[in-house]
Design a protein around this ligand. Structure first.
Ligand code: PLP
Length: 420
């Protein structure tokens, strides 16, 4: 695939996404719920189909051709993911079911074994539930204490507040890279640097950044980073944990069973090498291979180009939303080029509840999300019951934003006509 400047990325990739070419409720689908899950290009779907049609077999234990082929493709996918995030070695990538499982792996394997009463875990009020609840489990079991960084008036990560929370008691800092609700891009490299200075480990939730911008774990300097394949053009059922090799080596296995062992006796076992030590049981083989294909696909466009195009869309989205008086968007504003935040907008619309907006927009073929987006503590902090969220991807167009804006205006007019 070669990308030209004259046509937008969306123009050039649109035909790769067959699902987008359909009508919903009699209207052309406008899919703007990408932060929940992305659509899948045909190349990824074909890769998954080819695995099941041509070389479906179990990995790592085969003495036959199909198994060797499946193993090669599965391990090649690991290499692709390692390169995609610039891990120092392939041993640093563990396949998981999703980001949530990856965080739980760290919580159970590292958190439960390294934290003690009085130790502190710092996280942020904007976190997704999957980066709060596992740490609540750990705190309940170990006696560690959870501390939360608050927001600046612009609704971004409050670095000054973070500094006041850091102390010799801080053992872990868990931060989302890009908030799925506020859209802010957190300064994860600076956070990691300061946390490390204080002797704390750092986990980054990169669910909303890996699909939209280049990621370099060595530049960020984090100890762990997690992401979900289904948000980055791959299928559900696959995600990954990046971990620094020496830290993963020091951690005990999370789940026990086949694949993760070296030897098993009736009364004990020894575990295998990284990364297999953390991949108990038959993994999601086809899905991992498809994740490798998704990485190839994203690379073929270029993460820099994706980020730049999505910034253009963001600028346009904000310009249009800003023209509607009742709309209040949460999180920081982008600059005039759409830079400085992610390509999503969570908003309220005066007295019209978000949960009433989404079904009516759906009648117009427009798919957005409403509710708390798994950030209940953030919504409580902001003192709002819920938000409507529109979230973009590189296959979306300005014309789709126009359709969304028109549907939103019509819906608000309808509510105002009945509310008086
Ligand atoms: C920021 C963030 N973290 C974590 C998750 C959890 O992802 P998954 O449900 O795929 O594990 C999500 C999903 O919406 C998210 O947006």
């Amino acid at each position: 695939m070669t990308f030209t400047q004259e046509r937008t990325i969306a123009d050039q990739v649109r035909h790769d996404f067959p699902l987008l070419d359909q009508e919903v409720n009699g209207k052309a689908l406008v899919y703007l719920d990408n932060a929940a899950t992305s659509q899948k290009p045909q190349f990824v779907l074909n890769t998954l189909r080819d695995y099941y049609q041509q070389y479906n077999s179990n990995v790592h234990r085969g003495a036959h051709t199909l198994s060797n082929k499946a193993t090669d493709a599965y391990e090649a996918a690991r290499d692709k993911v390692a390169k995609f995030v610039n891990a120092a070695s392939r041993q640093e990538i563990v396949f998981t079911r999703n980001a949530t499982e990856a965080i739980n792996l760290v919580a159970y394997s590292w958190g439960m074994n390294n934290l003690q009463p009085g130790d502190e875990i710092i996280t942020v009020v904007m976190e997704h539930h999957s980066n709060i609840v596992p740490w609540q489990f750990v705190a309940q079991k170990t006696g560690a204490v959870l501390k939360f960084v608050e927001l600046t008036p612009e609704q971004t990560f409050d670095f000054e507040h973070f500094k006041t929370l850091l102390s010799e008691k801080t053992k872990l800092v868990c931060v989302v890279h890009v908030s799925n609700t506020l859209g802010c891009i957190n300064p994860v490299a600076e956070i990691s640097k300061l946390a490390h200075k204080n002797g704390a480990k750092v986990l980054i939730d990169a669910c909303q950044s890996t699909p939209h911008m280049p990621i370099d774990v060595q530049e960020i300097g984090c100890d762990w980073l997690v992401a979900s394949g289904h948000k980055m053009c791959a299928t559900t059922g696959i995600g990954f944990l990046y971990g620094k090799q020496e830290i993963l080596e020091s951690m005990p296995p999370f789940l026990g069973g086949g694949e993760m062992i070296a030897e098993v006796f009736l009364d004990y076992f020894t575990y295998g090498e990284l990364p297999h030590k953390f991949e108990a049981g038959t993994p999601a083989i086809g899905e991992a291979i498809a994740l490798g294909a998704a990485v190839d696909y994203l690379n073929s466009i270029g993460m820099d180009k994706i980020h730049a195009y999505e910034a253009e869309l963001t600028a346009y989205l904000f310009q249009q939303l800003d023209k509607i008086p009742q709309i209040k968007i949460y999180g920081p504003y982008p600059n005039s080029k759409g830079e400085g935040r992610a390509a999503l907008a969570a908003f309220t619309a005066g007295e019209v509840h978000a949960n009433d907006l989404a079904p009516l927009l759906d009648q117009e073929g427009v798919a957005i999300r409403s509710g708390h987006h798994c950030t209940q503590p953030l919504h409580r902090y902001l003192d709002i019951p819920g938000t409507a969220r529109v979230s973009l991807s590189f296959y979306n167009t300005r014309e789709e934003i126009d359709v969304f804006i028109k549907a939103l205006k019509d819906t608000l007019d309808f509510f105002h006509s009945i509310l008086g």
